[in-house]
Write a protein that binds this ligand. Structure first.
Ligand SMILES: [Zn+2]
Length: 1119
């Protein structure tokens, strides 16, 4: 199956097809075809006037509201079920005697075995190291000529010069270390539970949903500026000093001005050079060409472009984005003896603020719709609410680019080092105000395409010869217009029906595919969903199985539907498993479901065909009966071992047997250690962090899952994995199949029904109901001069051009990088066409087409004027997160820093007005690049804190791979909203503040969210009335730390805050569980991890420090 496959043989149109040999054709300009129909055709294949709009499938019914009853299953402490708790010889699970089900020999009853005893184990204390007693100055400041001695008694203002006081005091409030024994969701469990860790397995540490976690202060030792002093593991920026070939000249690293005091711990200063390691996929570094003068018409930084650093001469009236004049020493200052220096610090208000940029864009661009008719327009930021009017280019909801103006030559592109990439979300959901793509039917001959490059008809195709031919905008080939598609041209050369046809006037639309676009030349059957439920001891005990079965009873009524269909065409099937698999016959004619057990997991087969995949409404009674019985059947199970690969194999075989595509929903709890294909061992080893072998933690431990994934892709079998681990489950390996099949992974560490059911059920409902395209192939075509060379996301590729997706939903993006293969032309620009061939939920084969035209430039300034930093960061994060599979994490970080420095240095050299080298000048469009890049660098994948588990990192790594630009934006730079500053009556979201501790007022309350986590931070001196209104308690001290639900109170503030929480959740693709954090409380450490402008406990630099470091790197490149 291939979107690039040849067009079906079309009936001859009465004209011989000329032999297309390239751009110039002898047959061009021939006689007008006599077969041209005399009248224009009706719009879209039929008499229906206007577009036939397909309603958004599956959205017209409300989500199920039935709450599953709280499971009464044993609430055993997390971590209790250590592996190997029960002998492998222990019995199969079977139905209880009251259950009437057909039993297979493999299923045996077992005697009752007492629950695993709870072994009391004292919680482990995590002692804090004593906070550093003296503040330290960063070498970068000195290098930047912001002079340097630091007064030891500096107030800790969260600037990275010293430990914030609250950290120090917080360290004293950890007598019990409950936090570190506790759970990511902030649900500090009762102590007795926290103490229940068993056996040799290490207790499960905090594992927040996205794995961002806090660092054990003990591990960090004295906190020090990340760029000063000896390198700590995970701390430094650079490896050994290696001069880069593209450095014109490099001053010796750490050539400190004489007067600079280094008050950090003694030791060699870290070299600031980035070294480029072999084995890491790098874009070739462009060397900087000869110095160029300022560009014509571009003599100075943009109005408002910030300038940082030292500035010679007397301070002038400064625009607001400049540094505090006090922070800009004159050159003479450096010549003063050190004793006479005073410390200057960079005013955080003077460096580019994400909040301000977001706010400005909202104000400037939020009111007008974004009309896509103009080539190369940079869309509003993802954080701005705006409507899109499609006038010929794909909406930014479908495609966002790192730059909307591409350098004409590869030399220029190499010089700038700005990655040219598009983040594509082919099935993105649109707001209700915007129409989903129209479906175009070109009849039996299928969609009209260029004969040569196979590009699909689009608004950029040029009709010629009175409309009888069209010239392909991608390859310039001249094609005949089939007679049934003929239309006259108006005086401008445009077809007179252009605005009646989506494919001639819109950026995005769909074609109905013909049978030639289908596997085996056969229209597909509707897809199927198979629910595969782990019924081992852990799954039963946590209450998961009961909760899930109860939920499925109602959720199955909400499978995705299309086109206003009464019911979904999707069929469903059920499997349960532990060491063996249980298939269920739920045929509507049966009185009771029947179970069939397959215990030969080495050679998986599907024991029944008829009755396994059924229509929900036809088999409702049997399905309900099954879902009632499953929790009872396995209620007394003692089986702790599970298989994993055979489960996926079974689901895939079932789809194969039914000759359909589909999705497997796997609910899995533990490392699959049972003897079977894909068996895994616990290979977690934190000692590998910061070594050359760290990459192995991200790699799958066996190739078996890649092989399996490949088979799944061939079958159109997408796998969604819901993980409920109590300890290490090797997410890096288990997520291989979901990742390669376009599926999703959800992780609920230490799942307990009472704490986590809302989050799990919310995610499950959304996941089951969301519209999915199956058995999909995506192809990105480009006009001559550039081509797609690299792809990032959850998919499989068997060649270099076709992105194969067993499934693709509206949340997933595919990121495509482009490279030059020829010179581009300013006049014609550059075109992208993304074609996605897929099977809809109803089994219809379709092609979704997105087109986008970009400008091309010969001046670097135009490139820098039309970049989109959020998209750039999305690409760079994905590039880095893939890089850790093959290279040491430090190398990956260094590569990012180097590239960023080169981008900014190229701007400085070629586009900015000449000025003192001490001045940092950033392009207006990229002024947030340093702050955002720093957030990527100190993320858990690239610089983990001591409490971030290997599974958390692998989980986040694969999540980010498919994120869209809005998701990476808030994920790396969380949103922090003060709640009591704005009037309660105000209906709008309060304006955000910067993610730094010094922005927190102890008299206020804040919400912080990053798309996966949600915190409510309560200041210690918040008004009593506020406390009462929100928490229904009389004082701050009575607020329960770690609370996850706010009481429902009938007052304006309570309503507003709860409403805001609901609204934040509605904006995100995954449910964010709330954690209430009190100032100075131990949970605050978890919260502070997300204050990304501050220095992080894992060694990540503060924004200010990082900006100084970037400046130094840039200066080195320029010198
Ligand atoms: Zn073409």
């Amino acid at each position: 199956m291939n979107v690039n496959q040849s067009a079906p043989p079309v009936p001859p149109f009465g004209q011989p097809q000329p032999v297309y040999t390239g751009y110039h054709q002898s047959s061009y300009g021939g006689q007008p075809g006599s077969t041209a129909p005399p009248t224009p055709y009706g719009a879209y294949n039929g008499p229906v006037p206007g577009y036939q709009q397909t309603p958004l499938p599956g959205v017209s019914r409300a989500p199920p509201s039935s709450e599953a009853p709280p499971a009464s299953a044993a609430q055993a402490p997390c971590g209790q079920a250590a592996y190997g708790q029960f002998g492998q010889g222990d019995v199969q699970n079977g139905p209880s005697s009251t259950v009437q089900m057909q039993r297979f020999p493999g299923s045996q009853p077992f005697g009752s075995v007492p629950l695993a005893p709870v072994v009391s184990q004292p919680t482990v204390l995590q002692p804090y190291g004593s906070p550093p007693t003296s503040a330290q100055v960063t070498a970068q400041l000195a290098g930047m000529q912001i002079s340097g001695a630091v007064a030891p008694a500096l107030p800790p203002v969260g600037l990275g010069y010293g430990p914030p006081t609250s950290l120090a005091s917080a360290s004293g409030s950890f007598p019990n270390s409950g936090l570190y024994g506790s759970y990511p969701q902030g649900q500090a469990p009762p102590l007795s539970q926290a103490q229940g860790h068993l056996g040799a397995q290490p207790p499960q540490r905090s594992a927040p949903p996205q794995a961002s976690s806090f660092t054990s202060p003990a591990s960090g030792g004295p906190r020090m500026p990340s760029m000063t002093g000896p390198l700590l593991p995970g701390q430094g920026f650079g490896g050994p000093s290696v001069s880069q070939p593209n450095h014109v000249s490099s001053p010796p690293p750490q050539a400190l001005p004489p007067g600079t005091q280094m008050t950090g711990p003694p030791g060699p200063p870290p070299p600031m050079h980035s070294s480029q390691q072999p084995g890491y996929q790098l874009q070739p570094n462009g060397s900087f060409g000869p110095a160029r003068g300022p560009q014509p018409n571009y003599g100075s930084p943009y109005p408002g472009a910030p300038t940082f650093g030292s500035q010679p001469g007397p301070p002038q009236p400064l625009p607001p984005k400049r540094l505090d004049p006090d922070a800009i020493p004159s050159p003479q200052l450096n010549e003063l003896p050190p004793q006479q220096k005073t410390r200057h610090r960079i005013d955080p208000d003077a460096i580019p603020s994400p909040i301000q940029v977001i706010e400005d864009d909202r104000n400037n661009r939020g009111s007008e719709p974004f009309v896509t008719g103009v080539r190369g327009q940079v869309p509003p930021l993802v954080t701005t609410n705006f409507l899109v009017k499609d006038q010929g280019n794909a909406s930014p909801r479908y495609i966002r680019c790192t730059s909307y103006n591409i350098p004409c030559t590869s030399d220029m592109a190499k010089q700038a080092q700005v990655p040219l990439a598009a983040v594509i979300k082919p099935l993105a959901r649109l707001p209700p105000e915007e129409a989903s793509p129209y479906v175009v039917d070109h009849g039996e001959s299928g969609p009209l395409r260029c004969n040569r490059c196979k590009a699909y008809m689009c608004p950029f195709m040029q009709f010629v010869e009175g409309g009888r031919r069209f010239q392909c905008c991608f390859c310039s080939c001249i094609n005949d217009v089939p007679p049934q598609y003929f239309q006259h041209l108006d005086h401008t050369g445009k077809r007179v029906d252009a605005y009646d046809r989506p494919e001639l006037s819109l950026g995005s639309y769909e074609f109905l595919a013909t049978v030639d676009y289908c596997k085996n030349n056969k229209f597909p059957s509707p897809p199927a969903f198979i629910f595969m439920i782990d019924v081992s001891y852990n799954a039963i005990r946590s209450g998961l199985v009961r909760l899930l079965c109860e939920e499925l009873k109602s959720l199955l009524d909400f499978l995705p539907r299309e086109g206003g269909a009464e019911e979904s065409a999707i069929r469903v099937g059920f499997v349960t498993y532990n060491k063996v698999l249980h298939f269920y016959n739920v045929k509507s004619s049966l009185a009771q479901p029947q179970m069939m057990v397959v215990s030969d997991v080495a050679d998986m087969f599907v024991p029944l065909l008829d009755g396994f995949l059924v229509n929900v409404s036809e088999s409702r009674a049997v399905i309900t009966s099954l879902l009632d019985q499953i929790p009872e059947m396995f209620a007394d199970t003692r089986e702790t071992e599970t298989v994993f690969a055979p489960v996926i194999q079974a689901g895939m075989e079932a789809l194969k047997a039914a000759e359909c595509a589909g999705k497997l929903f796997l609910f899995h709890t533990s490392l699959p250690i049972a003897e079977a294909p894909g068996k895994l061992k616990n290979r977690d080893d934190r000692k590998l962090i910061n070594t050359d072998k760290e990459k192995t933690l991200f790699q799958p431990q066996t190739g078996a899952y890649q092989t399996l994934a490949k088979e799944c892709v061939a079958q159109g079998c997408c796998v969604d994995l819901f993980l409920f681990p109590n300890q290490y489950v090797d997410v890096a390996t288990l997520s291989v199949v979901p990742q390669l099949t376009g599926g999703s992974v959800y992780k609920y560490a230490c799942f307990q029904v009472e704490n986590d059911q809302e989050r799990f059920l919310s995610d499950l409902r959304r996941d089951v109901q969301k519209v999915v395209g199956f058995d999909a192939v995506m192809r990105v075509r480009t006009s001559t001069g550039i081509r797609a060379v690299d792809f990032f996301g959850a998919f499989y590729m068997s060649n270099t051009t076709d992105v194969e997706l067993a499934g693709l939903d509206g949340d997933k993006t595919v990121t495509v990088e482009f490279k030059h293969d020829d010179r581009l032309n300013e006049e014609s620009g550059a075109l992208l066409q993304c074609a996605l061939l897929y099977t809809s939920c109803a089994g219809q084969r379709r092609l979704r087409i997105h087109n986008l035209a970009l400008n091309c430039c010969t001046q670097l300034a135009d490139l820098y004027r039309n970049c989109e930093t959020d998209t750039l960061i999305n690409y760079m994060a994905k590039f880095a997160y893939r890089g850790v599979l093959n290279s040491p994490v430090k190398t990956v970080r260094d590569t990012l820093i180097t590239q960023c420095a080169q981008i900014l240095a190229c701007y400085r050299k070629n586009c900015a007005s000449p000025s003192s080298a001490g001045q940092l000048i950033l392009p207006e469009c990229m002024k947030l690049l340093p702050v955002y890049l720093n957030c990527v660098l100190k993320s858990d994948v690239l610089q983990p804190g001591a409490e971030v588990t290997t599974d958390d990192r692998a989980y986040v790594r694969q999540l980010v791979t498919s994120m869209d630009v809005a998701e990476t934006n808030v994920f790396f730079y969380p949103r922090l909203l003060p709640l009591t500053k704005s009037p309660i009556e105000s209906a709008t979201e309060p304006p955000a503040v910067r993610a730094s501790e010094e922005r927190l007022s102890n008299g206020d309350i804040y919400l912080l969210e990053n798309g996966l986590n949600l915190f409510l931070w309560v200041g210690a001196s918040v008004q009593q009335g506020v406390v009462q209104s929100l928490f229904s308690v009389s004082s701050f001290s009575q607020i329960t730390s770690g609370l996850s639900v706010l009481p429902v109170l009938d007052n304006p503030l309570s309503k507003k805050v709860r409403g805001l929480i609901d609204s934040l959740r509605a904006q995100r693709s995954r449910y964010m569980k709330l954690i209430v954090v009190k100032q100075e409380d131990k949970l605050e450490m978890l919260f502070k991890h997300f204050l990304v402008e501050d220095k992080s406990l894992s060694g990540g630099a503060s924004y200010v420090d990082f900006l100084c470091h970037m400046h130094k790197e840039i200066r080195q490149l320029l010198s």
